[in-house]
Write a protein that binds this ligand. Structure first.
Ligand SMILES: Cc1cc2nc3c(=O)[nH]c(=O)nc-3n(C[C@H](O)[C@H](O)[C@H](O)COP(=O)(O)OP(=O)(O)OC[C@H]3O[C@@H](n4cnc5c(N)ncnc54)[C@H](O)[C@@H]3O)c2cc1C
Length: 374
């Protein structure tokens, strides 16, 4: 009987998994379900927020002759007993033999006031809404407060400050920005923020967001015209709602082949998977993780379909890429577990490398059938 593989989510990991499985299992039926008919380069959403146009990649073009059926819609429920998913755009459920869960992540809006008053760059609709707000604000001048000193907050603050030099851009974080970078990487970051006029407030934990201010853990408040919340990502609750075993963050708990520990016919990839190194240490939510995981999942599903035992996931990181506007950046070399080495590239060269990596990621996602997984 023909196996029906249903992949939900056509981001970096889902697209890679679907294309890979199609390449390895030409006789399988594969369905890819995504809310949009095009692929979003999510790693560029801070650029969209700063007013740049992003290219759209129609999924029908990408799927081309791979023989993958595309359903445009959002998955609402997973019935793991019947092995079927319901989709908001379809009248009847879609049955599966194997499900690949690749829903990515969403903004973590659990802090009081964030959902009501803050903008985010976590998804395309949110980044577009932020773009409109920033453009309006830039005409009147004002203060934009980016909360979160991780890579997304840093990239967003730098991009907006470069595009709108008349805006006051402030980065508020409870640690030092770029805490995962080497000393040289952080020193470069400080120089760039100085050049762009970004005010950095460290040791400031935001505990509540109001319409015109952020409230800090020490009781102080900072007035602001707009808040961008970038303290980290959460995940959709679909897996938890469906009775699939998840970790405390809601990510699907998987074995060393990315298979759900509670439901062997479900695989999880990308940000929605609690994937880990062989020693159990977690992988980072990143495009750099999602793409290889997606390809690997396609290989694993094919291996099992052919009656073979897949090799366990082996994963290593090489670098972290950080854009600081269009003409500056940091490429931080890291060890296999993502810990920074001393070696960094900075400045224009780093900006070019980052651009090449982002383009390469999209190219690889679109052609994931062809490349070997790690
Ligand atoms: C502004 C920004 C900058 C970033 N920069 C970097 C970077 O420089 N380097 C890096 O490594 N990472 C970066 N990241 C993180 C990176 O984008 C994510 O880790 C990566 O996209 C995760 O891939 P994924 O396949 O898990 O999810 P995604 O790429 O988010 O794809 C998930 C897909 O699932 C779809 N989906 C969601 N819910 C449903 C549903 N119910 N039914 C069907 N489909 C659904 C979504 O619409 C989406 O198409 C950045 C993120 C942001 C927001």
């Amino acid at each position: 009987m023909t196996q029906h593989i249903v992949v939900i989510g056509a981001g970096y990991s889902g697209l890679a998994a679907a294309l890979r499985a199609a390449r390895r299992l030409p006789d399988a039926r594969i369905t890819l379900i995504n809310p949009r008919a095009y692929f979003v380069e999510r790693v560029r959403l801070h650029q969209l927020a700063a007013g740049q146009r992003l290219r759209r990649y129609p999924l029908t073009d990408i799927l081309g002759t791979a023989g993958i059926e595309l359903v445009v819609g959002s998955v609402r429920t997973i019935d793991t007993e019947r092995r079927e998913v319901t989709v908001d755009s379809l009248d009847t459920p879609v049955p599966y033999d194997t499900l690949v869960y690749a829903l990515g992540s969403v903004a973590d809006t659990s802090t009081p006031g964030v959902a009501e008053h803050a903008a985010t760059v976590a998804g395309p609709a949110e980044a577009q809404a932020l773009r409109d707000k920033v453009a309006t604000m830039a005409r009147q001048e004002g203060t934009l407060t980016v909360v979160g000193g991780g890579l997304t907050g840093i990239e967003t603050a730098a991009e907006v400050a470069e595009t709108y030099p008349g805006l006051e851009v402030r980065l508020v974080t409870d640690t030092e920005p770029g805490a995962g970078l080497s000393e040289r990487g952080r020193a470069h970051l400080r120089r760039v923020f100085d050049r762009l006029g970004v005010e950095v407030r460290t040791d400031a934990k935001v505990v509540e967001v109001h319409s015109d201010a952020v409230e800090l853990a020490d009781g102080n408040t900072m007035t602001t015209d707009l808040v961008v919340w970038a303290t980290g990502f959460g995940v959709p609750d679909l897996a938890a709602r469906s009775g699939i075993t998840v970790d405390s963050a809601g990510r699907i708990v998987v074995d060393d082949t990315l298979r759900s520990v509670s439901h062997p016919d479900v695989y999880a990839v990308g940000d929605s998977a609690a994937a880990h190194h062989p020693d159990g240490s977690p992988l980072r939510m990143a495009c750099a993780t999602a793409l290889p995981l997606g390809r690997y999942a396609g290989d694993v599903i094919a291996a099992r379909a052919h009656g073979r035992s897949p090799r366990p996931l082996r994963f290593r990181y090489f670098f972290q890429c950080l854009s600081l506007g269009r003409d500056d950046g940091v490429i931080q070399f890291v060890d296999a577990h993502d810990r920074p080495r001393e070696r960094v590239l900075t400045g224009r060269l780093a900006a070019r490398v980052k651009e090449a990596v982002v383009r390469g990621a999209t190219f690889t996602a679109r052609r994931s059938g062809l490349y070997p997984s790690r």
